[in-house]
Design a binder for this molecule. Structure first.
Ligand SMILES: Cc1ncc(COP(=O)(O)O)c(C=O)c1O
Length: 273
């Protein structure tokens, strides 16, 4: 497999950055990730918008224009001969002489195999736990997943699949996914504040349900416990139903009908893109 580093294609095993990079020294960098299915770059403009916006906010110039970046990605996919995959674009703080100031960013592009959630998880749903925390600069897709990775052991010990962040009674998101709840009156709500604006979240907000409405708003922990349905969303997971939050069963403890309809509609949106 090939990867891309700054201006050249390299064998993936030989794609190295130097230890002085601000990503290694201080965890400073951003990234983004999107899917290619049957050779189609799904919602690529949305992911590029977020990547370039994150870069600008973090004061990291991207050396390639959007058109050049797309050309590099298509060439990478062609070189690797894999048309169903995930593409990860990473932009680091660069080789920083003092280890604390932003330097010239390194752009790394890697291609990954994709495994979408299978039937068992969609049939049964998952348990999640909660944790008091808000990500640093939540609207930016930084490479900082320290708390999420640190919580992996607790998630495993509590036989859960993920962890939902909350602060002062309001929930926000998961380390790598957004949250949606379905209320008794069939309104579907996703937290409005302190979240990454997920592309899957955006696609779901654009869905027009015949007998449900979708919007952004504040969501409290109590709203989650009392919800009829709860689910998480992301590029790689699409929609995963949540049937237990800490010790509380959600709804009747089974994946909800609206969650599964939203998943179907999302797949349709992907197929049309
Ligand atoms: C913090 C965070 N929230 C939400 C998401 C989901 O975003 P998307 O639907 O664009 O994959 C991600 C994706 O990695 C994430 O890192």
């Amino acid at each position: 497999m090939y990867s891309f580093l700054n201006n050249e294609f390299l064998s993936a095993e030989k794609t190295f950055i130097h230890a002085s990079d601000l990503a290694t020294q201080r965890g400073y960098g951003i990234f983004d990730f999107f899917k290619i299915m049957n050779g189609r770059l799904l919602f690529v403009e949305d992911y590029f918008d977020r990547f370039y916006r994150s870069a600008e906010i973090m004061r990291l110039p991207i050396s390639l224009s959007r058109e050049e970046l797309k050309k590099v990605i298509l060439e990478l996919v062609q070189k690797n001969g894999v048309s169903d995959c995930g593409i990860k674009m990473i932009l680091t703080g660069g080789y920083s002489p003092g280890g604390y100031e932003i330097a010239s960013p390194n752009l790394i592009i890697t291609q990954h195999s994709l495994t979408m959630p299978g039937t068992p998880v969609l049939d049964k749903g998952i348990k999640i736990i909660t944790h008091e925390y808000v990500r640093d600069i939540p609207h930016v897709k930084t490479i900082n997943y320290i708390t999420g990775i640190w919580l992996q052991k607790r998630i495993k010990d509590e036989h859960a699949a993920d962890v939902l962040y909350h602060l002062n009674g309001l929930v926000s998101e998961f380390p790598r996914c957004n949250l949606f709840i379905v209320k008794e009156d069939r309104t579907v709500i996703t937290p409005a504040k302190r979240v990454l604006h997920g592309i899957t979240r955006k696609n779901i907000l654009n869905l027009n349900g015949k007998d449900f409405s979708i919007r952004e708003d504040d969501v409290s922990l109590q709203d989650v416990f009392k919800a009829k349905e709860v689910f998480l969303t992301s590029t790689t997971k699409r929609v995963i139903p949540i049937v237990q939050v800490d010790d509380t069963m959600i709804g009747i403890g089974k994946p909800g009908e609206i969650s599964l309809r939203i998943l179907e509609a999302l797949i349709e949106t992907e197929n049309k893109n």
